[in-house]
Ligand binder design. Structure first.
Ligand code: SF4
Ligand code: SF4
Length: 231
């Protein structure tokens, strides 16, 4: 079959793609351990994704997943999912965010920065926002607001620019994310968001700590602007 001269078999094989359904995945890592081609990336207890450029479509991960979280999509189905590129972009952004902030926090500057503890939470906040926006139990109105916060996070040219300030530039994103998640927790069942929270301390406690310090973190004028823009 692999030697089909017209390449039909190969085309069919290439038009299929395995993907991990984030709503079902328990981030147990069994697929990651099973893949013989190192085509799955992620972190235990957080998330996993298939790297399509490495995937050989062997299906071993699907068999290894006890939660039935891996499915095979065809090109046609993928075309019906226009948000897929954006979701991949968000995953890349999350991974870069985590690695840049961790590296920076261990640097001389990072160790001296007063609010470094909050910057280290930035990837967890971003992850919670991205997962919540996809949850079927989150109302559309709330999703629209969360999408704006995600866009603010991703934009390097916001009130405190990451392009100019480096990782410190994420401090306003952290404040805004905490502000937005706090409103969301008041409007819907907190358990919905809690299941997407990967931070060490309880989500509500973390949010309260950030909000208590937000004015000092970003200056009172900027904090007013952030809250006004989100209202
Ligand atoms: S289909 Fe095979 S190569 Fe692709 S991710 Fe799964 S185990 Fe790895
Ligand atoms: S084996 Fe299944 S549940 Fe576990 S990380 Fe992989 S996709 Fe998720």
């Amino acid at each position: 079959m692999e030697d089909c001269k017209k390449g039909v078999y190969q085309q069919r094989r290439e038009s299929r793609r395995y993907f991990i359904n984030e709503d079902v995945c328990k981030a147990c890592g069994a697929c990651f351990a099973a893949c013989p081609h190192k085509a799955i990336s992620g972190e235990k207890g957080k998330f996993y994704q298939i790297i399509n450029t490495r995937c050989r479509r062997c299906g071993i991960c699907k068999k290894a997943c006890k939660h039935d979280a891996i499915a095979l999509s065809t090109a046609a189905i993928r075309m019906l999912k226009p948000q897929e590129n954006m979701e991949n972009y968000k995953k890349d952004f999350y991974q870069k965010l985590r690695s840049n902030i961790s590296k920076w926090a261990n640097s001389k500057k990072g160790k001296k920065y007063k609010w470094a503890q909050y910057l280290l939470i930035a990837p967890d906040l971003f992850h919670a926002l991205c997962r919540s926006v996809l949850d079927k139990d989150v109302p559309l109105y709330e999703k629209t607001k969360l999408s704006l916060v995600i866009a603010y996070f991703i934009s390097p040219l916001d009130l405190i620019s990451e392009m100019i300030m480096g990782p410190v530039g994420y401090i306003d994103d952290v404040a805004l994310a905490a502000y937005a998640l706090n409103i969301l927790l008041n409007n819907i069942d907190p358990q919905i968001i809690a299941r997407y929270w990967a931070g060490d301390e309880a989500l509500l406690k973390t949010i309260r700590r950030i909000l208590a310090d937000a004015e000092m973190m970003v200056t009172s004028g900027m904090w007013r602007k952030i809250k006004k823009a989100f209202r």
